[in-house]
Ligand binder design. Structure first.
Ligand code: GAL
Length: 662
């Protein structure tokens, strides 16, 4: 008995020891890692920058009065992707809008949806979170999840969405989570190269004011040398048959139907060009380049000259791109108190002075004009610009005179900096500086395209035309990620009634090619499909097409993207309509634009983040009568055949099928 009891006790002790050793060997230890210990540079961010333990503006993280030591500060739209490999068990965090937006009126204090998505499934969504709201706590079981996305999306408009994920950490066994780049498949080219036979491109309608210097270049693709001819030019104008440039001064108002021909050794092309001598200029959306999205404040005169030369050498000019626009930072840096006064930011007479990155502005615009291009410039109505360079405040007449004398053809008038002197920002305060400059420009003796940039405040689309504007920014600044580009582009649906010849909604400049907002550029973070969407949507919207990358550094994909004449024709269509949206779900959108010849340009967009979608459009929903319709794929420049009643297409993730239907 004693022996067997002792044996039993021994057996139990052994069993306990074995179990202990077994569990120690196999039970994996639970570790913790903070979000801010991971590489946050992989996150996208709609404004400012993604920061470790700081807000997107670089301040200590603070939500509703409480400061937090750790976390990630970002701005909508923002996405961070993490590989978890099923070994991360838990994510906890506190989310909210950073208090640094406190100076904004309550209505403008952000509207953010924080989302946690695991393997394509939404695991958490905060609904609308605003500034000064009690922060929300997140606690999510992640067992088995392979891929996780931390998303901060904008709900109403992307102003002041300073999105903080604080005290955010993961529990894991095995390997810790790692952050990864947003997948970017290799770009692919869709459009065949232009044929060697002549094809006339660019606007079919052009407006100029009577008595002002006239400059328009008839553009065509095809082998050089090429000879241009024109019939029906108004008196005072002449065409240079080698370059296609029309110059001179037309005095008599009226609409002139001219016929342009372009001929080379392989053939001849003919097209009508309507020249309207009257009060309205910029009859089709401006196409060209702007320095901001690439060089921002590091821009130099050499950058501008290089781009202008490349515009010609690359052949982009032959597709209708004509403006070379210098954005902010060509003037002298100013203290807002002395900016309006005089030296050292202006000369003794109060005239603007360039900084040491720029030389003689007249010589620069002469050079741009000599290439058959036009020149643009930017300034703020305030004492200083956003970047602290001198603005036009109290020098409006003098500056407009300077721009005209220097030979500029385009003025971007950028609000930022004006808020210091604007008053209450009631509608009349928002309009005041734009009315003033609009009147001055009209009398400047030059056709200067007037581009309003005040981010859509006071529903500028409702009054931009009345103050003399040719285009007006409808949103904040764009950056090169899907959230930003698609957020801006797809939010234009209600603005179509305000677009017409000479008056365009401007959802900001293009983010294709190399961008960077400073001396260091990177390839646009948009995927190829996202870039096809970007250009298709901007063309459907009749938006200005201002390329934001150095033209001398264009790669084959971007060149192809920017030179599809059938796509650009959608943008430049002389009817001047903006597309309307007829389908909007979480996954797909369908937009269509009425074209002058009665056809419709249609964009079938897949906005789903993970899966290809089949998207269809019923012809009767577009007002197309009759059964059968010819459908053409515009990116591929290929007829797809006759379709009865309905057209369906498979569309890749974040991609588009852009068709034209007759
Ligand atoms: C912003 C504007 C940008 C750029 C920048 C220059 O207000 O939206 O497009 O012009 O100013 O400082």
């Amino acid at each position: 008995m004693t022996t067997s009891r002792t044996a039993l006790i021994y057996a139990n002790v052994i069993l306990i020891i074995v179990c202990f050793l077994f569990s120690a060997a196999y039970a994996e230890e639970v570790n913790t890692i903070w979000l801010d210990e991971l590489d946050l540079s992989k996150a996208t961010c709609g404004w400012g920058q993604v920061n470790k333990n700081k807000s997107c503006q670089g301040n200590p993280l603070k939500i509703n009065g409480v400061e937090y030591e750790r976390g990630m500060g970002t701005h909508t739209p923002s996405t961070l992707i993490l590989k978890l490999d099923g070994k991360v068990t838990r994510f906890t965090a506190i989310i909210g809008v950073d208090d640094e937006i406190s100076e904004q009126p309550t209505s403008d204090r952000g509207s953010i949806d924080f989302k946690v998505v695991g393997d394509k499934k939404v695991l958490y969504t905060s609904g609308t979170i605003r500034g000064y709201q009690t922060p929300e706590k997140i606690d999510i079981d992640l067992t088995g999840v392979e891929e996780l996305r931390l998303i901060a999306d904008d709900i109403e408009n992307n102003y002041y969405d300073h999105a903080d994920w604080v005290m955010a950490k993961f529990e894991y066994t095995g390997k810790p989570p790692v952050t990864i780049d947003i997948p970017k498949p290799k770009p692919y080219i869709l459009t065949p190269k232009p044929k060697p036979t002549p094809r006339i491109t660019g606007p079919k309608v052009f407006g100029a004011r009577p008595g002002n210097p006239f400059l328009f270049t008839v553009t065509a693709t095809g082998q050089r040398p090429m000879k241009f001819k024109i019939k029906g030019l108004p008196k005072g104008l002449k065409l240079d048959s080698e370059s296609g440039r029309i110059t001179g001064t037309a005095k008599k108002r009226g609409e002139y139907k001219t016929t342009v021909t372009a001929q080379n050794s392989l053939g001849k092309a003919k097209r009508e060009l309507r020249i309207v001598i009257g009060d309205t200029i910029c009859l089709t959306p401006p196409m060209g380049w702007n320095s901001w999205n690439c060089w921002a404040c590091s821009v130099t005169e050499k950058n501008v000259r290089d781009t202008a030369e490349a515009m010609v050498a690359s052949g982009l000019i032959n597709h209708g791109f004509s403006y070379i626009n210098i954005d902010d930072c060509w003037m002298r840096k100013a203290d807002s108190n002395d900016a309006a006064i005089g030296p050292p930011v202006r000369d003794e007479t109060g005239m603007l002075l360039t900084n040491d990155r720029f030389g003689d502005m007249k010589a620069l615009t002469d050079y741009i004009h000599s290439l058959g291009l036009k020149a643009g410039v930017c300034i703020s109505p305030g004492p200083t610009t956003c970047a602290g360079y001198v603005g036009s405040w109290q020098h409006e007449e003098q500056d407009a005179k300077y721009f005209a004398e220097m030979g500029f053809d385009y003025l971007k008038y950028d609000w930022c900096g004006y808020s210091k002197v604007s008053g209450n920002e009631k509608l009349e305060d928002l309009q005041r500086p734009y009315i003033l400059m609009g009147q001055i420009l009209e009398e400047s003796g030059r056709d200067i395209v007037y581009s309003l940039c005040q981010y859509g405040m006071g529903n500028v689309w409702e009054w931009g035309e009345a103050v003399g504007g040719n285009c007006w920014r409808t949103t904040g600044d764009i950056v090169d990620n899907w959230g930003s580009m698609s957020g801006i582009g797809f939010s234009q649906a209600d603005h179509w009634p305000y677009a017409k010849l000479g008056s365009w909604n401007d959802p900001d400049m293009l983010v294709v090619g190399k961008v960077g907002w400073g001396p260091n550029l990177h390839d646009s973070r948009l995927t190829a499909d996202e870039q096809y969407t970007h250009i298709s949507l901007w063309c459907l919207l009749s938006a200005p097409l201002l390329i934001g990358c150095p033209i001398e550094q264009l790669d084959d994909f971007t060149m192809n993207l920017l030179t599809n004449d059938e796509v650009l024709e959608v943008n430049q269509d002389p009817l001047g309509r903006q597309a309307k949206r007829i389908v909007k779900t979480d996954d797909v959108q369908v937009w269509y634009k009425d074209m002058e010849d009665g056809s419709k340009a249609i964009g079938l967009f897949n906005v789903n983040d993970y899966d290809e979608k089949t998207i269809g459009v019923k012809f009767e929903d577009l007002g197309l009568k009759g059964e059968s319709h010819r459908v053409r794929d515009l990116w591929r420049q290929k007829d797809l055949g006759e379709f009865d009643g309905l057209f369906n297409a498979e569309v890749p993730v974040h991609g588009v099928k852009l068709i034209r239907v007759w």
